[in-house]
Design a binder for this molecule. Structure first.
Ligand code: ADP
Length: 259
């Protein structure tokens, strides 16, 4: 049986990817609940419904993400850093630096030419520079986080924030809304503030081309473009699959290797 699975239980979303005969067969994303074991079971149920396959048909499953140790049905657990590295290298082989921006943390991962992990830096102490920053700002702006990128593309005069701190920037956004600054300029400022914070982390390692962004925030065009400008590098886009699934893809690839 050539079916393997990767299950990534993140702080905000739980992702699963099925690989069959070296090809991505199916994937699913669902919101994480308080119990990682239940979130993992839920995402696999979605996959089973979509594909008609059963748990027994999965020859090997690797779990990753903060909740990986709690997943009952996995054969092995592998760190998110290794899984994002593995997944990104498979999806975009020229990649040497991966910037993974999730809901509650951000990691910069460096790989060698063979895709082996060289080093990494992480921010999991502060909301700024993570998806949480964008989620908070989108809520204040009364819009969906998925609209921040599209709207910011229309900006001609982006605002600048005095601080990257989520609390201060949130207060600034409220003031800007009340002073009737156009929403697109505020969104562009939010995305740039986010990219500035992430670039501080990225600059603690020596960035090497090609660079790619993974995690849910990779879907925000505004942040990706601002990052490319601030870091002065090309950003290779992951197009074969939703970049939020990169860690789950890596986990499925580790499962295939374990077989
Ligand atoms: P985790 O693995 O920590 O659960 P994810 O990699 O799933 O995190 O990323 C979640 C973050 O991605 C959210 O906080 C949000 O800011 C961002 N995000 C999710 N979906 C979208 C989207 N469609 N467009 C832009 N940003 C998104």
């Amino acid at each position: 049986m050539n079916i393997v699975a990767g299950c990534d239980v993140g702080s905000l979303t739980t992702k699963a990817v099925i690989i069959k005969d070296r090809k991505i067969m199916e994937s699913a994303i669902t919101r994480s609940g308080p119990k990682p074991a239940e979130s993992a079971a839920k995402v696999m149920e979605i996959i089973f419904e979509k594909t008609g396959i059963t748990q027994k048909e999965i020859a090997c499953c690797v779990g990753t993400g903060y909740g990986r140790e709690k997943i009952a049905f996995i054969d092995h657990a592998v760190s998110e850093i290794s899984c994002h590295g593995k997944g990104a290298q498979w999806l975009a082989p020229s990649v040497r630096t991966i910037i993974d921006i999730g809901g509650q943390d951000c990691k910069v991962i460096k790989l060698d030419k063979q895709g082996n992990l060289l080093k990494f830096a992480a921010n999991d102490k502060c909301a700024s520079g993570t998806g949480r920053f964008l989620d908070v700002m989108a809520k204040v702006m009364n819009m969906d986080v998925s609209d921040l990128g599209k709207l910011s593309a229309k900006s001609s005069a982006p605002v600048t924030f005095a601080s990257v701190c989520t609390v201060w920037a949130q207060a600034d956004v409220i003031k800007l809304i009340n002073s009737r600054r156009p929403a697109e300029d505020i969104c562009a400022g939010i995305n740039t503030a986010m990219a500035n914070r992430v670039s501080m982390l990225a600059n603690t390692l020596k960035i090497e081309n090609d660079v790619c962004v993974t995690g849910g925030v990779a879907k925000n065009e505004g942040v990706v473009k601002a990052l490319s400008k601030i870091l002065g590098c090309r950003i290779k886009r992951i197009r074969r699959i939703d970049p939020q699934l990169t860690g789950a893809v890596g986990a499925a690839l580790f499962a295939r290797e374990r077989l």
